[in-house]
Design a protein around this ligand. Sequence first.
Ligand code: PMP
Ligand code: GLN
Length: 388
Amino acid sequence: MSGRPLLNRRLDGLGTTIFAEMSALALATGAINLGQGFPDTDGPEAIREAAVRALRDGRGNQYPPGMGVPELRTAIVDHQRRFYGLTFDPDTEVLVTAGATEAIAAAMLALLEPGDEVIAFEPFYDSYAASIAMAGGVRVPLTLRAPDFRPDLDALRAAVTPRTRLLLLNSPHNPTGMVLTSDELTAIAELAVERDLLVVTDEVYEHLVFDGEHTPLISLPGMRDRTVSISSAGKTFSFTGWKVGWVTASAPLVAAVRTSKQFLTYVASGPFQYAIAEALRLPDDYYTAFRDDLQTKRDLLADGLTAAGFEVYRPQGTYFITTDIAALGEKDALAFCRALPARCGVVAVPNSVFYDDPDAGRTQVRFAFCKKDDVLQEASGRLQQLAS
Ligand code: PMP
Ligand code: GLN
């Protein structure tokens, strides 16, 4: 074998995702896992049963259509109309993907030429860096800063160059919990139109907004034909393992994204697609109760973390709380998170790994609160030992 590294240069440095590292640590130590964002309670029983029924009835056990099963595409279209008043053609403007992760990767692979610049908020969800890199794009971070993590719109404007191809936006934002306001969305839309940019929006936490509301950027003037709107069932229905996601966009954008998507997985999650079609049609009560439940959990964990001495940045949305550990005399989030299971039996995620600028998030640590109340209480109690 030559001395050439096995991993290509585009992927060099991406290593193992922090979620896998921290969940493995939780498993090895038996610590409470507030790291990786998955709920410890499955979604609605009726939806689990719908998946079982689909599997037993032989629906989706063989390759479903490349665009997704018609029942799900129609349910996605109806969801977009019901919550946002948006209209899409289920045959040409919807694409079902293997979670939002595949949708993001497929969008980058489809829309970028090598060297194209992509502006994304940092801290960013870690698959963004990988997807942009795999497509040969150049990531241009726009740093969100504590305590509010609001985007600096002047800095955004200044970051656009002739090489900027697209904005990759996430609101509600993981890990900070920031939710873009209507003024911010308007400014971003105006900039995209003025500079003729595409925008890919990651909206997987669309139903987890506690303060403010979620407005899809694609609904703003001038955005319908330049936005690839991405969401997923994992968070909204608490079935993160089913990996059912989707794209809604104009027919030419969907056709572009489908071109790369069909050579990644072609299709995935056959029987689950039928179950998620039913989930999307759950009454408004489901969505409201889900959000209210998570809001209570947010407040429970925020109070626990405050009592434990963390500086807490209360999120407007998502199921994550970002904290600062400098208040505890700590200097390094990654070292802190690696030591935390042994110190007090809790796993968290260091936000520092989601930044290009190593100083920007050096003492930020994220905790997931999509867990049972007694688990959150127990974790809070354990974390309070840190100060003693
Ligand atoms: N985007 C963000 C911001 C996320 O937090 C996640 C994790 N759920 C994803 C995308 C990936 O979603 P999925 O599991 O549907 O691939
Ligand atoms: N989205 C989840 C999180 O932010 C993790 C998903 C994953 O492990 N890839 O924690």
